[in-house]
Write a protein that binds this ligand. Structure first.
Ligand SMILES: [Zn+2]
Length: 295
């Protein structure tokens, strides 16, 4: 059903897709989480066939500082969290086509093998909260306390391991970004908590990969406020990225870089995602039907 819908929408927006795929006035900024090799490879092949140049975070900084020619088709691709599939499915494709990617790692997940939200999902009937969503919105110290009380038995590892991070670093194709240690919502933390979370991430990444992880930051869950943005700047980061759906223009705020999310879905649907067609279309439909979007 979803695939049929994607095909219909693709036909309907055929000329918009065509126009979008020719744009050189801005950088196509795309990111994902967990994806199969097939879906990822199809997306990369499609972009390469349209002559996109994949850029590193350092080239992105050059672009935003006016040091990279602005008349080319660039794509900046990133992943959040550190999912196992980034090594198993994404990395082989990066090597096959020699394209770079930026991965933002929440380091506690690499140690534990899962993220706190996996634990919360397993315990979704917990007495400590009515809905999992509450955990994303409460004070960080309170969330940590609740999560620590929940039982969890890991059956399948969900994240990469340090040796894999090292191997990916040595390939020269993977660039690392900071995503805090425990995937905390930046705006739910005190300034001290957020700074500590970021420093722990930096320390672990340096130990595992040998490289610093203090160049670019990705706000977990896209949560951002002026206070957390100030903390990121004070810690010396050069850039930060959000989950706002947009392309990157020469005058984009370097601490609020937007990204279009691709998913573990067919190429047709992902084309609609990366060109900002799918989500706005369904948001309009939901608004017409009076359905509220979940945060
Ligand atoms: Zn994340």
């Amino acid at each position: 059903m979803r695939e049929i819908l994607a095909k219909i929408l693709y036909l309907f927006y055929y000329f918009k897709v065509h126009q979008e795929s020719k744009r050189t006035d801005s950088v196509l900024s795309i990111y994902g989480h967990d994806i199969s090799r097939k879906n990822f490879e199809e997306l990369v092949k499609w972009l390469l066939k349209r002559n996109y140049k994949f850029i590193t975070p350092y080239e992105l900084e050059d672009y935003l500082c006016g040091k990279l020619p602005c008349n080319k088709k660039y794509v900046w691709m990133s992943f959040d969290d550190g999912w196992r599939s980034n090594y198993e499915n994404v990395f082989p494709v990066l090597k096959k086509y020699a394209v770079p990617a930026t991965i933002f790692v929440a380091t506690k997940g690499i140690e534990d093998g899962y993220f706190w939200f996996d634990k919360a999902f397993e315990n979704r009937d917990s007495q400590y909260y009515d809905e999992i969503q509450e955990l994303w919105e409460m004070q960080n110290s309170k969330r940590v306390e609740i999560i620590s009380k929940l039982p969890y038995e890991m059956t399948v590892r969900k994240t990469m391991i340090p040796a894999e991070l090292k191997e990916m670093t040595e390939s020269g194709l993977v660039y690392w970004g900071n995503h805090t240690d425990d995937h905390v919502m930046s705006d739910n933390c005190t300034d001290e908590e957020l700074a500590t979370e970021i420093m722990i991430c930096q320390e672990k990444m340096k130990r595992w990969t040998g490289v610093d992880c203090n160049f670019i930051y990705s706000y977990p869950n896209g949560n951002i406020d002026d206070r957390s943005e100030k903390t990121i700047k004070n810690l010396g980061f050069k850039m930060a990225t959000t989950t706002e759906l947009n392309r990157i223009c020469p005058d984009t705020d370097i601490f609020r870089i937007p990204r279009m999310e691709f998913k573990d879905v067919s190429l047709t649907e992902n084309i609609l995602h990366i060109y900002g067609i799918w989500t706005p279309f369904f948001n309009r439909i939901k608004r017409m039907l009076g359905i509220k979007n979940k945060k």
